[in-house]
Design a protein around this ligand. Structure first.
Ligand SMILES: Nc1ncnc2c1ncn2[C@@H]1O[C@H](COP(=O)(O)OP(=O)(O)OP(=O)(O)O)[C@@H](O)[C@H]1O
Ligand SMILES: [Mg+2]
Length: 303
């Protein structure tokens, strides 16, 4: 296995107590796979990516990426690992790119740090910018490019030193739907071309369903692995019934009532709070008989 993660724990010291962000994570990933991690805010997705990228060290457990045992690497070896063996793609452009440098310059920079010759740097940077479809824009600065283009430059930067592993933390979180899909399709294409292994944290189920596997993370623990439901897109029946994907169901708390809100961008389903139902129970006591009957019928259906 390319990545081996065994009983990984991450605790942060916050003021005078410890905050446990990851509580015993176990998973393996094979070389060449694209894996998505989904989970609510605060679940520990970024913490896990930071550990795999050598940006932070686990409190306990075993963590191996390729030939590197990340708990044993000393400072210099860890810096080298970060520079040469792993690429990062973040949600926000400021974290990915230097704003006052051109796309070409941004891509050559990590290679300069790795001691690659100026000739090789330019050659590879041009090749990468071409691979992400930005050959004509290589002399532009980030502000002169669209959000989707900036993220594609960021991919070229991440791949500058030919890493085996690409870690992406909400890489499409700041993009519109169309640019987001383009970024994901590009990642799939580059995976083949550069023999990459990709681990991506996302809130977005459509992005996640482009991965080979989907891991769920909640309160610092991995849940069940989800089936990809790309082939089984939910269909709205004439009666108004939709069969939701597993991932959506697990977000909605099984068996709870849901509220439906119509928004300009679509329809939002949300678990409805129990209190709503309880307050209905109280109000209904002094309601006229027909409403009471309706309520009893509703309650029977819910039970
Ligand atoms: N450097 C840190 N110091 C202290 N606590 C931290 C640190 N980084 C993360 N945490 C805490 O660890 C928990 C997990 O955070 P993390 O950022 O990994 O979640 P996440 O799943 O990436 O969330 P989001 O979707 O909002 O990005 C949270 O409770 C967070 O407040
Ligand atoms: Mg995060």
């Amino acid at each position: 296995m390319f990545i081996e993660c065994k009983q990984v724990v991450k605790a942060y010291r916050v003021a005078d107590h410890e905050l446990v962000a990851l509580r015993g994570i176990d998973f393996e990933m094979e070389r060449g796979a694209i894996v998505a991690i989904v989970g609510p805010s605060g679940a520990g997705k970024s913490s896990l990516l930071n550990l795999l990228g050598g940006l932070d060290t686990p409190t306990a457990g075993k963590l191996r990426v390729g030939e590197f045992n990340l708990l044993e690497l000393k400072r210099r070896a860890l810096t080298r690992y970060r520079l040469k063996h792993v690429g990062f793609l973040w949600q926000h452009v400021e974290r990915n790119l230097l704003s006052h440098r051109t796309a070409l310059h941004n891509v050559t920079l990590p290679m300069m740090l790795a001691g690659i010759s100026p000739f090789q740097r330019r050659k590879r940077a041009k090749e990468l910018l071409e691979a992400v479809g930005l050959a004509e824009h290589m002399h532009k600065r980030p502000a002169q490019l669209s959000g989707g283009m900036q993220q594609r430059v960021a991919i070229a930067v991440a791949l500058a030193n030919q890493p085996e592993l690409l870690l992406a933390d909400e890489p499409t979180g700041a993009l519109d739907r169309k640019s987001a899909m383009q970024v994901v399709e590009l990642l799939q294409e580059l995976r083949e071309r550069y023999h990459l292994t990709i681990l991506m944290a996302t809130h977005d189920m459509e992005m996640a369903s482009c991965a080979d596997r989907i891991l769920t993370l909640r309160d610092g623990a991995l849940g069940q692995e989800l089936e990809r439901d790309t082939e089984k897109k939910p269909i709205l029946s004439a009666e108004g019934t939709v069969r939701l994907p597993e991932a959506a169901i697990s977000h909605l708390n099984h068996g709870s009532q849901i509220s439906v809100e119509i928004r300009p961008e679509g329809v939002l389903l949300r678990p409805e709070k129990e209190e709503v139902f309880e307050s209905l129970v109280e109000n209904i006591q002094d309601a006229p008989p027909p409403r009471r009957r309706l309520f009893r019928a509703l309650r029977r259906r819910q039970a």
